[in-house]
Design a protein around this ligand. Structure first.
Ligand code: GUN
Length: 285
């Protein structure tokens, strides 16, 4: 019961990279009279979305970039949101836009994403950027997958040749992180709810990325000794605490390194959003 894994603190990595990389880039842009600006479109009063948006605003402030949240009632029309995106696309003072998901059912996510200018798509969700990511071309990469790869590399792991098992096949995490790891020349297995035997797939895993949205889904018995475990989930327990998709205490006994919840993937997602906004400002100015 004494094994102490390396804790991959996304919070510490993001704080360090803010100082080392983002602030110098913002200073350089400021010298050219460019002030990076992000607009977050927030529809309705989804509690988790409101909390994520606050974290994004806070980190943008620390990086010295402008971030505005444009708020709309849950019954706002789809046409109004599309119109607002068109305005942002045409506004040279705005370099990045994201539409916080989930959206109410009457607004088509597909239409919204197809309206965002790919050069301002700092979430990396538009078909253009997803296609470029797939091809391994330079692009604005979706933030959570990009943050996961960065935190693995910052923890000293090289992905090349490693067995990476991703659990989850969503468009915003499972699929793109599988492709990013593949582009780093990892051997990637993507599991999901219909996978016949996930434990069998995990037997030879060097790195496990869990994004299933089920509290404490990954148990210690499923984890090979010495694996690196990245937990993408975040849930509130009955006692009011936060937990992830990984049974952290038990899995810690076997993992070589593990990301905590909170303070793991979440801060890396926010870091990548602000990094992408700065990158968009560099490209557009
Ligand atoms: N909802 C949950 N995660 C995200 C994200 O990364 N971007 C947006 N736009 N919405 C989300």
């Amino acid at each position: 019961m004494n094994h102490q894994p390396h804790i991959i603190s996304g919070r510490d990595i993001a704080t360090r990279l803010l100082e080392e990389e983002l602030i110098p880039k913002v200073n350089k842009l400021n010298k050219k009279n460019v002030q990076p600006k992000l607009v977050v479109i927030l529809v309705g009063d989804h509690a988790a979305s409101a909390s994520y948006v606050r974290q994004k605003e806070k980190f943008a402030d620390k990086a010295g970039i402008l971030a505005e949240t444009w708020r709309y009632d849950a019954d706002v029309s789809e046409a109004k949101i599309l119109e607002e995106i068109e305005c942002i696309n045409a506004d040279d003072s705005i370099h990045g836009v994201i539409v916080q998901l989930p959206l109410p059912d009457h607004i088509s996510v597909e239409k919204v994403l197809n309206t965002i200018d790919p050069n301002k798509d700092v979430d990396g969700f538009t078909p253009t950027n997803v296609g470029r990511l797939f091809l391994g071309e330079p692009c604005l990469q979706c933030c959570t997958p990009k943050g996961i790869i960065r935190m693995i590399e910052e923890s000293g792991e090289d992905l090349m040749g490693k067995n990476v098992v991703v659990i989850g096949r969503s468009n915003i995490v499972g699929k793109p992180v599988s492709i990013l790891a593949l582009n780093k020349r990892a051997t990637v297995t993507t599991c999901h709810s219909r996978t016949k035997d996930i434990d069998k797939m995990l037997e030879d895993a060097d790195i496990i990325i869990v994004a299933v949205g089920i509290p404490k889904f990954l148990k210690a018995e499923s984890v090979p000794e010495g694996a690196v475990v990245i937990d993408v989930g975040i849930h509130r327990t009955e006692e009011g605490k936060l937990c992830g998709d990984v049974d952290f205490e038990a899995v810690s006994e076997k993992a070589k390194a593990i990301s905590p919840v909170p303070g793991g993937v979440g801060p890396m997602t926010v870091f990548c959003l602000i990094e992408n906004t700065i990158e968009a400002a560099e490209q557009l100015s």
